[in-house]
Design a protein around this ligand. Structure first.
Ligand code: CO
Length: 290
């Protein structure tokens, strides 16, 4: 990793740490989800970075990929378990982190994923297999009496790619990938009192550009050029676009210009907690970015 990449990655991490400081006081019973999302995204810009993806706010059995639409009226309720997943980048160098906030009685479930991420980070260094991290994460979560979500993973981070190899599973896999010095990785355990799997549900506000091919209709071309200029290959929220009627977005998805990220929810309706940090793999350990 060169100096410039290192400096920008660390700065993106500093920005997220600063934003995260205010999250506990922003996420309150009766507060609107959209206000938290906009607070996070504006604060990232104010601090000199850009959002690497829309602020994800996943409540209760939702685990990932929910961000409110512009006119979303939903509010936090007493009893909620709220996951806030935030990303920032500087010139494409990304930091990614998530915390859980308890508006009910979920402290043990939250502790399970939080302890799991720090136990895994303690084991990170060049040469370690990601399967070992998965085993540590699973054992930690199970020691609290919960299950890891088996089909959500941590991941590598590359310039302008928010989900790069290697996948870091949250359970003990047969074999994994060897961590190399200089890799930037996000470790994100999810713990649940449900069965431990997520599936897509029918709501989608997050997309990314996968194939900026040329299209005939002018409005579609305008949408594509706005996305590629502002967000490149990073995920973006529908509410970030100047003008994007639903049917046009649907058309771009059908034509495989855009990829959609539907909300992922625990299949048995269990509560889900999440904790995530980004680290740089070093020869003798891990350097915490967030
Ligand atoms: Co992540």
């Amino acid at each position: 990793m060169d100096e410039d990449a290192l400096e920008k990655t660390l700065k993106a991490g500093e920005v997220l740490k600063e934003v995260a400081k205010s999250l506990e006081e922003k996420v309150t019973v009766g507060g609107k989800l959209i206000e938290v999302a906009e607070f996070v995204e504006n604060k990232i810009l104010e601090l000199g970075a850009k959002p690497a993806f829309p602020c994800n706010i996943s409540v209760n059995s939702d685990a990932a990929h929910f961000t409110p639409a512009k006119n979303d009226e939903r509010r936090f309720k007493k009893g909620d378990l709220v996951k806030i997943d935030i990303g920032a980048h500087i010139d494409g160098y990304i930091a990614d982190m998530a915390i859980s906030i308890d508006l009910g009685d979920h402290s043990e479930l939250i502790e399970a994923s939080k302890e799991a991420v720090f136990n895994a980070i303690d084991a990170v260094r060049a040469g370690v297999d990601t399967a070992k991290l998965g085993k540590i994460i699973e054992e930690t979560i199970r020691s609290h009496g919960f299950r890891p979500i088996v089909n959500l993973t941590g991941h590598g981070l590359l310039p302008y790619i928010a989900h790069a190899p290697p996948s870091i599973y949250n359970y003990a896999t047969q074999r994994g990938v060897e961590l190399k010095e200089g890799m930037v990785i996000a470790i994100e355990p999810f713990a649940t009192d449900g069965v431990g799997r997520v599936a897509e549900r029918n709501e989608c506000e997050i997309y990314s550009l996968i194939n900026p091919k040329s299209v005939r209709i002018k409005l579609l071309r305008d949408i594509i050029s706005e996305i590629s200029e502002k967000y490149k290959t990073l995920p973006f929220a529908k509410r970030w676009l100047t003008r994007a009627p639903e049917i046009f977005i649907a058309k771009l998805v059908r034509e495989k210009v855009l990829r959609e990220y539907p909300v992922l929810s625990e299949v048995s309706g269990g509560f889900v907690s999440q904790w995530e940090h980004t680290v740089i793999v070093e020869r003798e350990g891990a350097r915490l970015v967030t």
